[in-house]
Unconditional design. Structure first.
Length: 150
């Protein structure tokens, strides 16, 4: 993999925008911009005002990258076509989010910026598990899934 300045700049700008949006959300609402909590409040019991706000937040998460992709060349993203792996991955993320009391955005972006010890530990754990999982997916042990999708 070669270093490309454009990728680095886009990553820096994107990371800055994520941090800025988390700070604005906290200052404007007094709440952490944890995606799992926002989605949970969207589908769970709560006030109508909160549902509208949460729906707009999720719409922005989906709409902003879509708008950017319409203006710029979107990056190439590879995802497995194996439905079993996708379902298993989604279940594991959901279980981990519940066990960790938050998601990567809540702990990794908001919690670590507030120097929360709980968020620092959670972020270290999910990064370590993510790296181990990605390494395992590249191993011959999972070759049974090769050629079963796109």
């Amino acid at each position: 993999m070669l270093f490309e300045l454009n990728d680095a700049v886009m990553g820096l700008v994107g990371g800055g925008l994520i941090g800025l949006s988390a700070a604005v959300f906290l200052l404007a609402n007094g709440r952490i911009a944890g995606i799992s909590g926002i989605v949970g409040n969207l589908i769970g019991p709560g006030s109508t005002d909160m549902r509208v706000e949460n729906l707009l937040f999720i719409a922005g998460l989906i709409g902003a990258p879509s708008l950017l992709a319409a203006v710029l060349d979107p990056p190439t993203i590879g995802v497995t076509g194996h439905v079993g792996l996708l379902v298993l991955s989604g279940l594991l993320v959901g279980i981990g989010t519940r066990m960790g009391g938050g998601c990567t955005s809540g702990h990794g972006v908001c919690g670590m910026s507030r120097v929360s010890p709980r968020s620092i530990v959670a972020t270290l754990v999910f990064l370590t598990i993510g790296i181990a999982s990605a390494s395992a997916l590249r191993s011959p042990l999972l070759s049974m899934f090769e050629g079963t999708g796109s």
